[in-house]
Design a protein around this ligand. Sequence first.
Ligand SMILES: [Fe+2]
Ligand SMILES: [Fe+2]
Length: 491
Amino acid sequence: MQVATATGERAKNRTSDSSTAYLRRRGRDFIISLYGTLRAIKLYPVAHTAVQRSLSELSGIAREIVTREKELDLRFSGEFLFINSTRLRLDLTNYASFGYLLRICRESGIGLIRVGADATDRAWLVLLSQVDNASGDDPDARRDGIIHRLADAGLSSIELGPPQDDQVDAEQGQQLRDAANHTYTRSVALTRDVINSVRLGRVPSIRKIKRVVQGIVDQILNEETSLIGLTTIRDYDDYTFTHSVNVCIFSVALGRRLGMSKLQLFDLGLSALMHDIGKSRISVGILRKSEDLSEDDWRGIAAHPWLGVLVLFQLKGQQEEVSYRAMTVAYEHHMRNDLSGYPQVVRPRTISMTSKIVAIADGYDAATSRRAYRTVPYSPAAVLQEMRDNPRRGMDPVVVKAFINLLGIYPVGTLVVLDTFELAVVSAANSRLDALSRPMVKIVSDAQGNVVVPPVEVDLAQADGNGDYPRTIIKTADPDRYGINIGDYIV
Ligand SMILES: [Fe+2]
Ligand SMILES: [Fe+2]
């Protein structure tokens, strides 16, 4: 395979806007057609018209792209799909097809599909019927098997490549973590100022709030894992401030997965950061109460959505505007999809997409953190499962699915606490999409805190004879707090 030269890279960077727009549009058609063909091959015999029609549509779109763009590379990188160098945007209508393709290609060890101008219906048929036969084999071996099949059939028009190793080196990783740390600490400090000034009856500066959101959006677009990692290191006394920042981080990261533009992410982030601003109008005594909340106390807390709308209205007088979307989110974030939450509404309404996203981020952060009335947080996995499986939570199933996809991945190098109270460092991601929260880990200390030398590597997705998992990740932890140098465990 050709090694990309600097000139080649520059040429790629010069990809014109019209080409990007074309690839986004036709790339989507291509992916949807690829997905449709895979489904048709699975459901019908090869000779069936549905299969034949899908194949000819697929090869037709592919040919059109190769002819226009001179190349067609479909790349899978992490949770993203690229056509040539253009990342395809994910949205609710194509979420299923994207997710499915990512999963089966990962299982088959495929990180790149390079399509030539002469790729025939038959070449696609051979490839796709092989790819979707996943069963337990080693991904690299599976990919080699498919490559051999294609070669045996004399089909050289489609080439396959392994996933690119997108591990950053340790130094770069440290820089990214430092930047994320800086953004996070600064956001919490600014949010504290904002909330405190509302408590004191002052009108906080919108510019300050926007600066927080801008920092978070930029960081998420640049590198999201470090910032998401920080949401788990919570300071108990700072709950109100860290909660707002965490909900903002989760919402923006989720919005990004759902294909929102930078501007939309900014609006979403602002709404998320301010979702509980109405609570600053409720006495701290009630908010901190650990038990025995009277009916009056509950009524007070349940007023925070509309109190939030009032606070946001007061901000509107300033030069910079607060969007109506932020008010909608403050008002709707506890309403639930079926409107069974609060505030109660008389007329039917559709909860806005922004509110759906914030409600999920909010529910997750609240349930996984330690608070006054609950000293042990629920495990993230249990919370996600509840959000997905209990319809009474009133969350949007598609958005929950995207959220699970986002959080289910513990990146390599994350320090985690297991339900056995052992500490472990994530050493490799699990390639099965249904086991994203069960990566390979190296156990570095036992339940009593004794260092395990050398560390023992275990696969968290490995169930015992009864189908139970001996170990489950409870949460991520701050390596500094435990005096652990992650670099010692990651080769
Ligand atoms: Fe709330
Ligand atoms: Fe909240």
